[in-house]
Design a protein around this ligand. Structure first.
Ligand code: 4AD
Ligand code: MG
Length: 433
């Protein structure tokens, strides 16, 4: 749908003419008629320029318009089932607003490096328009879900004085006389404090990891949705995650069908995956399945992305892997009372090679156990005194999770690399544009 086709919203002239403002995305035709693809409000409208109607000079001007020239066009809207949006504009007049010369991204094929170097322009391309629109809809659906569920949005800080996840992937900077500040790897610890104020809270913002790995699923700056709920155990946490993921994905798909078409993404297989219950597979059981599949892996090891894919293929949908070994998980995860070697945690693994999209757990309530785990991780407990206060003043069972936005966009759009899922990706080898 082209928003400006609504006459009440466009700059309509008395009765029948309409005007659109935009950029020349493409131009084709012959010596009598030209079809101009005008990008307006992120959508394409076809503008038909006829020599017989416009006269020789104006027709020649249209025919010679360079790609990405900005224009105001005016004419009459007419039905055309074959035109994008089902309508086209029969051109009466045009005015050039800004010229464009030798636009670097042409309809020919360009390599990914070239395109990423021109990311500031590449955003105008059809597929990129579609991906960013999916991102926008997904972000909106996420906020909508939590608002409808009675959650309060809490904006957690980006500059922090204590390490949220692991010391291995930190960006740090000098902070006046106070020593090192770190860019937030997560909002979780702050969100936990807010959960004791509001009971149900979420945050949604950029997070930072100095990931040294060059993979298809790692960015150094990515967006994370995190939710934290007081008086919720790990089972309830998984119920919430499953309901959340299914709701926001279905809503996003419904609202972006045209975009998914542009991306050649058939939503049917994804909807089928979402119709299934996400199996809750114990870590120990996952290790056994992998061993049976011939993998050389033993209890206690982390499960890498290739192995995650073996597991999702085995089950044919997204799966939770739960109750990981305590030693390989973060200090704040609650020790499993039924199996103290493990924690009440789960990762949600998406199929199609997307991998882990959610990490979450019930939180440790015991002051002593958290201090013990902090020390094991080499993190100074004094830096966490404010966090530990939660365990002193009205401690309650509580649980939460974090979902990586870009990986979910890649899943919805059927993309193999997450770098196109964020307007300006940050990776170890890319800081510009
Ligand atoms: O599993 P993670 O590290 O969990 C946390 O940060 C918890 N504090 C969340 C919580 O319980 N509130 O990260 C959560 C998710 C991962 O499952 C993944 O989807 C995404 O964030 N993620 C990344 N996405 C892109 N690039 C990276 N480098 C990512 N690291 C994690
Ligand atoms: Mg994780």
């Amino acid at each position: 749908m082209i928003p400006s086709l609504d006459p009440s919203k466009s700059n309509s002239h008395p009765k029948s003419t309409h005007s659109f403002k935009g950029w020349v995305q493409g131009l084709r035709g012959n010596n009598h008629v030209q079809f101009l693809q005008l990008r307006t409000e992120g959508k394409i409208i076809q503008v038909v320029a006829e020599k017989e109607f416009l006269g020789e000079d104006t027709f020649k001007q249209v025919k010679g318009l360079p790609q990405e020239t900005s224009l105001v066009v005016e004419g009459i809207l007419q039905e055309n089932a074959k035109a994008p949006g089902g309508k086209e504009l029969f051109l009466h007049s045009l005015q050039v607003v800004g010229e464009s010369d030798q636009y670097p991204i042409t309809p020919k094929e360009h390599g990914p490096d070239f395109l990423h170097n021109h990311r500031h322009l590449w955003l105008r391309s059809k597929r990129q328009l579609a991906i960013q629109r999916v991102r926008s809809e997904l972000s909106f659906a996420i906020r909508e879900f939590f608002r409808n569920d009675g959650y309060t949005l809490i904006d957690t800080p980006i500059l922090t004085g204590s390490i949220g996840e692991s010391a291995g992937t930190l960006f740090s900077t000098e902070y006046f006389d106070l020593g090192q500040a770190y860019l937030a790897q997560t909002g979780q610890l702050y969100l936990e404090t807010a959960a004791f104020a509001h009971s149900k809270v979420y945050c949604f913002g950029p997070t930072f990891r100095a990931e040294k790995s060059k993979t298809r699923r790692h960015l150094t700056e990515f967006w994370m949705l995190e939710a934290e709920t007081a008086f919720l155990n790990q089972e309830g946490n998984l119920d919430l995650q499953e309901r959340f993921v299914k709701t926001v994905l279905k809503t996003t798909i419904e609202r972006t069908l045209e975009d998914l078409k542009v991306l050649d993404r058939d939503p049917a297989p994804l909807l089928e995956q979402l119709a299934k219950t996400f199996p809750r597979v114990d870590y120990g059981e996952a290790i056994q399945i992998l061993q049976t599949a011939g993998e050389d892996i033993t209890w206690g090891e982390d499960i890498n992305s290739d192995r995650e894919q073996i597991l999702t293929t085995h089950f044919g949908t997204a799966i939770f892997i739960q109750n990981f070994p305590r030693a390989i998980k973060a200090f704040y995860m609650k020790q499993n009372p039924n199996d103290p070697k493990t924690v009440l945690s789960a990762d949600l693994i998406a199929p199609d090679g997307i991998g882990e999209i959610i990490g979450g757990s019930e939180r440790e309530e015991s002051y002593e156990k958290i201090v013990e785990r902090l020390k094991e991780e080499g993190l100074p407990p004094e830096d966490y005194s404010w966090y530990l206060d939660l365990r002193k003043y009205g401690s309650v069972p509580h649980s939460g999770f974090g979902m990586g936005l870009e990986r979910v966009i890649a899943w919805v759009c059927g993309l193999s690399h997450i770098r196109e899922c964020i307007p300006f990706p940050r990776m170890i080898y890319r800081l510009s544009p």
